[in-house]
Each structure stands twice: as structure tokens, then as C-alpha cells.
Ligand binder design. Structure first.
Ligand SMILES: C[S@@+](CC[C@H](N)C(=O)[O-])C[C@H]1O[C@@H](n2cnc3c(N)ncnc32)[C@H](O)[C@@H]1O
Length: 332
């Protein structure tokens, strides 16, 4: 999609404030809206901004893009119903950054300059929020986001322009396109971490036990984080209790320069079948088989038996639950 200009920010925010009900129906719930119930001028403006189209056979309006509103910013993404090559659908994972930012604020406060990296940024959530929060700590802030998916990068550019952000974005397999000499004071990463019987999606698949991309990210953090910096990684780990998580083994092995703390996220945050929060954390490992019945996530139609077999395999390895965790990585 074409980058959106600041003029459209005022259009979107005005429509959001004045017609919140219609905004939600059109841009979040993907409803068709009878064009007769929206004033002519707004229709023209939204059409000119390439945000809606008029279906002339029914005279109904439909959105061309999903627009999420969170923490004062607007984020455009694909609708979850776009099953062909969609980018990571908007969920509230990016807001966990805000919920746990107090640790970062404590660690980075009183720095003259902060350089930060959102590794695997998708459409720019929480990249854009990160810039806003870091600017409250320091006047000299540089924030970059990277992702391997070109469509995600396009959305990210759109969202940066839409929110008048000064963050940068770069297409890159992890840190490959970042100059070797560059290090960061703060790194956030929410890599693909879903465990699955087979490679099912670029933005969620973390390998059979869910940790392959997370291990890549831990290695890169060990190399790219400034020795006095801080990083946070949002991921899943199979485990039995807080002190017996598979991810801890890799943290011990890979983090030669830093220590770590694991936060087990509380509340109903785990496993989204439809982009909403539902299940408990940790959840029994066999719950992964629920994924088989989810048409919007089980895009390759992996059969139920394969999910159940994987959960049995994991239990035989001695792990009973799946934990949703935020790992803080800190100087020794
Ligand atoms: C779980 S999504 C997180 C997106 C975003 N942070 C959010 O909360 O909306 C993971 C992202 O990692 C990206 N990704 C997958 N493999 C990657 C790789 N090797 N290098 C960089 N990004 C990658 C995917 O394209 C996807 O956008």
C-alpha cells in the first residue's frame, strides 16, 4: 500500500473520534457499510485516501485495510481474513512493550542518547510506541525496525508516515543488513515463536518446539547489545514451572555477556485463535491442538492428529505446559 501522509492522520483521527462506531465496523470488524449512512464528503475523503471502496453493485462501502488504534497511534495491517501472504495480524502483543516498559525506563534513564532496535517489527508495533516512550527519557533517540517480510516493511513505512514518526525501517533477515560496527542500547524482539508440526507461516512459525527463531534472536542480542544496554524478548517456552523452562537452557548457553530474568506474563494473554486474548498462562501443552480447528491460523490445514502427536512428543520429553514469557536481558 502507498505511504499515508500526515493529512490522512487528521482524516483518520477525525473519523475515529466523530464516528467511532462506524470506524470500528469498517476498519476493525470488516463490515460492509451502506453508503447512505455516511456523509458524502467523508466517503470521498476516505476513498481518495485509498482507505475504502464503494461496491457499486450493492452501494456498500468496504475497507481496503485494517486500521488498529492503540496507545494513541494508528496501525494499518491486513485483515486476519486475508489468508494469502498476509502480514502478522494486529494483536496486543506489541502493547506488552508498554506494560513492561518501567524496567527499561529504570535501566536507561538519564542517558544522553539512546539507540534502539525493534528486531522483527512487522508493521511497526511496537516500533512507533518505542520511539514515543524513549523520547520521554532522552532527547536524542534513534530507533530502527527490521523485518524480513517486504509487505510488512511496506505497512511499517505507511504506519511511520501516518503517525509522523521519525523511526527508520529496513528490510533485513535479522541483523544481516545492519552494519557490523553498530550496537544498541535497547533491543526489543517479538520473533515468530509458535510451535507447530510443520512450517506454517513466516510470521508465527518458531520451529517444532517453538524456539528456533528465539535462539537466533538471543545470539544476535549477545552480539549487538551494548555492554550496558538492555533487551527484551517476547516468546513462548515449553516448561514445567518458572525454574524449568526450555528457553532457560539456551539463555545459559548463548548469553556470555549478559544475565537474564524471565517474566511469566499474567492474565489471559496466551494463544489467539481470532486475534483476541483467551486462554490461561501457562496452558496445558495439549491445548495446542485447538489450533487445528482455527481456519484463520491453521492455514496449511495441519490435521488435529499432528498437533496431538506433537503435544504427546513434548510431554514425553518431560514438558507439560506452554509459557508465554518476556525475557529481560541485562548487564552482568
Ligand atoms: C510475531 S511477528 C511480530 C510482529 C510485530 N512485532 C508485532 O507485534 O506486530 C514476527 C515477525 O518476524 C518477522 N520475521 C520472521 N522471520 C524473520 C527473520 N529471519 N528476520 C527478520 N524478521 C523475521 C515476520 O515477518 C513477522 O513480522
Amino acid at each position: 500500500m502507498e505511504p499515508i501522509s500526515c493529512i490522512e492522520y487528521s482524516l483518520i483521527s477525525r473519523f475515529f473520534k466523530e464516528r467511532n462506531d462506524l470506524f470500528t465496523l469498517l476498519f476493525q470488524d470488516e463490515y460492509s457499510i451502506p453508503s447512505e449512512i455516511l456523509d458524502r464528503q467523508t466517503i470521498v475523503e476516505l476513498q481518495e485516501a485509498n482507505l475504502i471502496y464503494l461496491d457499486e453493485s450493492t452501494n456498500n462501502l468496504k475497507a481496503l485495510v485494517k486500521i488498529n488504534h492503540t496507545n494513541g497511534i494508528f496501525l494499518c495491517t491486513d485483515f486476519i481474513t486475508q489468508t494469502n501472504n498476509r502480514v502478522f495480524p494486529f494483536v496486543d502483543e506489541g502493547n506488552i512493550f508498554i506494560e513492561y516498559f518501567s524496567n527499561v525506563r529504570k535501566h536507561l534513564k538519564s542517558r544522553v542518547k539512546i539507540s534502539a532496535w525493534d528486531m522483527c517489527t512487522g508493521s511497526g508495533h511496537p516500533l512507533i510506541l518505542m520511539e514515543q516512550e524513549l523520547k520521554k527519557i532522552s532527547t536524542n533517540v534513534n530507533v530502527i525496525g527490521t523485518d524480513i517480510n517486504e509487505r510488512a516493511i511496506d505497512y511499517c513505512r505507511t504506519n511511520i508516515a501516518l503517525n509522523n514518526s521519525r523511526t527508520e525501517v529496513l528490510l533485513s533477515h535479522f541483523d544481516v543488513n545492519i552494519n557490523n560496527s553498530v550496537s544498541f542500547d535497547y533491543i526489543w524482539s517479538n520473533p515468530p515463536f509458535a510451535l507447530s508440526p510443520q512450517q506454517d507461516s513466516l510470521h508465527t512459525y518458531g520451529g517444532r518446539y517453538g524456539l528456533e527463531r528465539t535462539i537466533d534472536v538471543i545470539r544476535i542480542i549477545n552480539k549487538r547489545l551494548d555492554k550496558n544496554g538492555m533487551a527484551q524478548v517476547l516468546t513462548y517456552s515449553i516448561g514445567n514451572n518458572k525454574t524449568d523452562l526450555l528457553v532457560s537452557r539456551f539463555l545459559e548457553q548463548e548469553l556470555s555477556n549478559f544475565r537474564y530474568e524471565i517474566n511469566i506474563l499474567s492474565g489471559e494473554k496466551i494463544w489467539r485463535f481470532d486475534g483476541k486474548k483467551r486462554c490461561i498462562n501457562p496452558m496445558p501443552i495439549e491445548y495446542m491442538a485447538l489450533r487445528s480447528t482455527d481456519q484463520l491460523y491453521n492455514l496449511n490445514q495441519v490435521p488435529k492428529e499432528s498437533w496431538l502427536a506433537l503435544s504427546t512428543e513434548i510431554k514425553q520429553k518431560g514438558y507439560s505446559h506452554l509459557y508465554f514469557v518476556l525475557i529481560d536481558i541485562l548487564p552482568l
